[in-house]
Design a protein around this ligand. Structure first.
Ligand SMILES: Nc1nc2c(c(=O)[nH]1)N[C@H]1C(S)=C(S)[C@@H](COP(=O)(O)OP(=O)(O)OC[C@H]3O[C@@H](n4cnc5c(=O)[nH]c(N)nc54)[C@H](O)[C@@H]3O)O[C@H]1N2
Ligand SMILES: Nc1nc2c(c(=O)[nH]1)N[C@H]1C(S)=C(S)[C@@H](COP(=O)(O)OP(=O)(O)OC[C@H]3O[C@@H](n4cnc5c(=O)[nH]c(N)nc54)[C@H](O)[C@@H]3O)O[C@H]1N2
Ligand SMILES: [Mo]
Length: 760
């Protein structure tokens, strides 16, 4: 269906009446009005279910409705009354469905039957679970285990994830990439070198005690809206909030709490950011170097004149390694270079540094604007350097807070979904299950893509997600995907990845987290870990979408039993009948993190994993927190180009969850009706002879001989720094070269694609 673009700046705050209207619209469209509204009472509450949208922390004392606009949309979307039944697939051949939009595919509703792809009729046809497991098992037994990829999207529970990693390892491979490899893997790779932990150190309580909040590259109003409660409360205590983001995102500007009758009636918003720095994309290293430079210069002056130190000398001495070298490096940096790389003036950077210095306890939140860059890890480590200077790790009200994406993406890594053997207690698994786990590292997401392109990967099992749509180099990947021998997708809704079929393809429908999961010993609970490393139980409350669905643990066990030779130490059936036994197995594997797991999983607010860095114990090579020097002032890949080069950021709208496009209203950015747009700075438009609303051609600048191009996108004039532009994910994924990724973690550089834009 052709869509018409409308651009209308949004004058309202985040939250407020706009948010209520949007929730109401979605509840009506998914035709589940009454029931779902009742269910929302159990949302993110102890004893209830944990939201399927973002991973933000759930408080011990929840609000009356502990949900946000986007959490409510995710709930409606999962509990829709629509169904994609076998009759739907009989009517529509796969070739036809391939021409449908992401929105229209998922909007068909919940999958109801296990389906097998029939090449002769080019259709998915219903099959039985027995047949599906048997055929999948036969195929898997015929492959070299290292040619099979076991991908996980970040939604599956700790129980499912633990079983899934064990299936892969018993089968013989560590090929366990997950969506984290495209997301916060940068964090998981960068933080251990510096702080000795792969996750953030901040707890929800810290927001109540902090004196200053820094934010880098995260869009709170859209992607973790419940955090606005903590931000609003901090603002009520007059806590400064300093934001670095190329775009002026609504959530960081002002917020009306839809759950506060007084605020709703008066429509008086709380302003959130006290400083808003529109850094250039990839310019955070420069901004952070600048802040550190200001601090160290002020500290040098203080020391010279005998005044109180600006850095926390005691902390630096006791707890850190490499400070002197770092300070020398920082002193040598030139303000002109810092200003050019970050796009911020020295004055603005010093203003931020002053606010940082005046606070006793500072916490920093960050998202994809830091992680998805060529030097994403260096950006994250530079943020740690700044925090370390004043001892802002391991004290109340302070710390580093990566805002994770999927609702259990952090937890999956905790229980063994990882391609990196060093992160997994393989010897413990060997002891518990009496087998020899594969010793070599498996494939990351980027390496899995390479393997699919070069033919060394033969089969792909997807536990959720929309892999082909989420990865870079979409066109190349779609072609390569068809050569796969076997693809198996465990999913709730239809998406494009399911339609690009390998030689043998199965689509296996599962229960969603919100549904009652009845097994041999009764209804089951599952668990997940939030962004602050707190673990919560979740119990489904809605009736299953179809009687033919199996739970994710049951599907994993079904594939395992059909593939592996029996192992008396791995009780697949007992586990499926009683998830508490899986939790016992998790506890046996990770006794420190999961002590008394079954007893503690209902702790209000979750139970916190014991993180050494929170206690200022540093599990690093030096036994201290390590300063790390950046190799450049920019996080962007240096690209030589004779043509005018812009840096494209690919972003989420306020009406999507990753590749799930709920609709076409990016309300906060005022962009409605179409996602085929590119937001541009007015001076760049003039320079490139492009007018507002004009159709343009976007081409990636890369010297690898591959043409990556999108045509017919509409240029929209937008308030972002010169030299930067922005488009939507996943529409722009064709433009992103697979090899442009973070140097340490291989997280794709989705936020700084060098492009050339011309009028059509
Ligand atoms: N409703 C909803 N919630 C979600 C999701 C969703 O799609 N919809 N997705 C979930 C997932 S998996 C994730 S990972 C998170 C993602 O949540 P975010 O981390 O907020 O991810 P993005 O939407 O990609 O936006 C990143 C922000 O970084 C800014 N930015 C871009 N480049 C730079 C840069 O170089 N420097 C700085 N300082 N800023 C930059 C952009 O302007 C944007 O505001 O949200 C999760 N929650
Ligand atoms: N250009 C660009 N690309 C990006 C990003 C970006 O910012 N820019 N962000 C990256 C990031 S941060 C991420 S996390 C990835 C996301 O990549 P993925 O996690 O692979 O993608 P999603 O869109 O979250 O997956 C949606 C699908 O999951 C399935 N699903 C939903 N719920 C369930 C469930 O309960 N169980 C099962 N089994 N399946 C379920 C549905 O079928 C749905 O279609 O994309 C990455 N790609
Ligand atoms: Mo993510």
């Amino acid at each position: 269906m052709p869509r018409t673009l409308r651009v209308k700046p949004y004058e309202q705050p985040a939250g407020g009446w706009g948010s209520l209207q949007s929730v109401a619209r979605h509840s009506v469209r998914q035709a589940n009005v009454g029931t779902t509204r009742e269910l929302l009472q159990h949302h993110n509450k102890p004893g209830g279910y944990m939201c399927t949208s973002c991973a933000w922390a759930k408080p011990a004392e929840p609000h009356m409705g502990e949900f946000c606009e986007n959490g409510a949309k995710a709930t409606f979307w999962e509990l829709t009354s629509r169904r994609a039944e076998p009759s739907f697939f009989a009517e529509h051949p796969v070739a036809e469905l391939l021409s449908w939009s992401d929105h229209d595919l998922e909007n068909q509703g919940r999958l109801t039957h296990p389906m097998r792809y029939d090449a002769a009729s080019d259709r998915y046809v219903a099959t039985t679970w027995d047949e599906a497991f048997r055929t999948i098992g036969e195929h898997l037994r015929s492959f070299d285990p290292n040619s099979v990829v076991f991908y996980t999207s970040g939604r599956a529970s700790l129980e499912t994830s633990y079983m899934y990693q064990l299936l892969a390892r018993l089968y013989g491979t560590n090929n366990l990439p997950d969506s984290s490899n495209m997301c916060h893997e940068t964090t998981s790779a960068a933080l251990p070198e510096v702080l000795g932990v792969p996750v953030g150190t901040v707890l929800l309580d810290d927001f109540e005690h902090t004196d200053c909040i820094l934010s880098f590259g995260q869009n709170v109003g859209t992607n973790s809206p419940r955090m606005l409660h903590q931000l609003q409360q901090a603002r009520e205590r007059d806590v400064p909030i300093v934001v670095f983001n190329p775009l002026r995102e609504k959530g960081w500007e002002e917020f009306v709490n839809p759950q506060s009758p007084t605020q709703m009636v008066s429509n008086r918003a709380t302003s959130i950011a006290t400083q808003y720095h529109q850094v250039k994309t990839g310019g955070d290293i420069a901004a952070l170097v600048g802040m550190c430079k200001a601090l160290i210069e002020w500290d040098d002056e203080a020391r010279a004149s005998g005044r109180e130190r600006v850095v926390d000398a005691h902390f630096l001495e006791q707890h850190t390694h490499g400070f002197e070298e770092f300070a020398q490096f920082i002193r040598k940096q030139d303000w002109a270079d810092i200003e050019a790389a970050g796009g911020l003036s020295r004055q603005a950077i010093e203003e931020a540094a002053r606010t940082y210095c005046q606070a006793e306890a500072v916490l920093a939140v960050y998202g994809m604007g830091l992680t998805q860059h060529w030097r994403g890890s260096e950006s994250v480590q530079m943020l740690c350097n700044l925090l370390l200077l004043r001892g802002n790790i391991g004290k109340t009200g302070a710390g580093i807070c990566p805002v994770r994406g999927h609702s259990n993406v952090q937890g999956q890594r905790t229980v063994g979904i990882s391609e990196k053997t060093e992160l997994v207690p393989l010897s413990r698994l060997a002891e518990l299950y009496k087998f020899d786990p594969p010793a070599e590292d498996g494939l990351t997401t980027v390496d899995a893509c390479r393997g699919i392109i070069d033919g060394s990967v033969q089969a792909f099992i997807g536990l959720g997600g929309n892999f082909v749509r989420a990865v870079p180099d979409r066109n190349i990947m779609e072609d390569a995907w068809r050569r796969l021998n076997l693809t198996v997708n465990i999913a709730t809704k239809l998406n494009r990845t399911h339609l690009i079929t390998g030689q043998t393809s199965y689509l296996l429908p599962c229960l969603g987290r919100l549904e009652v999961d009845e097994q041999a010993t009764g209804p089951q609970a599952v668990t997940m870990e939030d962004s602050t490393a707190c673990i919560h139980a979740s119990r489904g409350v809605a009736a299953p979408a179809s009687e033919h669905l199996l739970s994710e643990p049951a599907i994993v066990a079904g594939i395992a039993k059909a593939t592996l030779s029996p192992n008396p130490h791995v009780p697949w059936d007992e586990w499926v009948g009683n998830y508490a036994l899986v939790r016992d197995a998790i506890e046996a594997t990770y006794p420190d993190d999961f002590e008394d797991f079954n007893a503690r999983m209902d702790t209000p607010g979750g139970f916190a994993r014991p993180l050494p860095a929170r206690r200022r114990q540093w599990n690093t090579d030096t036994g201290k927190a390590n300063f790390q020097l950046p190799s450049s002032l920019t996080a962007n890949l240096d690209t030589e180009s004779a043509e005018p080069l812009l840096r494209l950021m690919t972003l989420r709208s306020n009406d999507q969850f990753n590749t799930t496009v709920y609709g076409y209203r990016d309300r906060f950015r005022g962009i409605h009706g179409s996602r085929q747009v590119v937001m541009m700075n007015q001076r760049d438009m003039t320079r490139l002879d492009i007018t507002d609303g004009q159709l343009v051609d976007i081409r990636t600048i890369a010297d690898d001989g591959i043409e990556r191009r999108l045509s017919g996108f509409t240029a929209v004039e937008y308030d972002l720094p010169e030299g930067c532009c922005a488009g939507y994910y996943p529409e722009c994924n064709t433009l992103i070269p697979l090899w442009q990724h973070d140097q340490l973690s291989k997280t794709p550089a989705f936020k700084s694609v060098p492009v050339h834009i011309t009028p059509m």
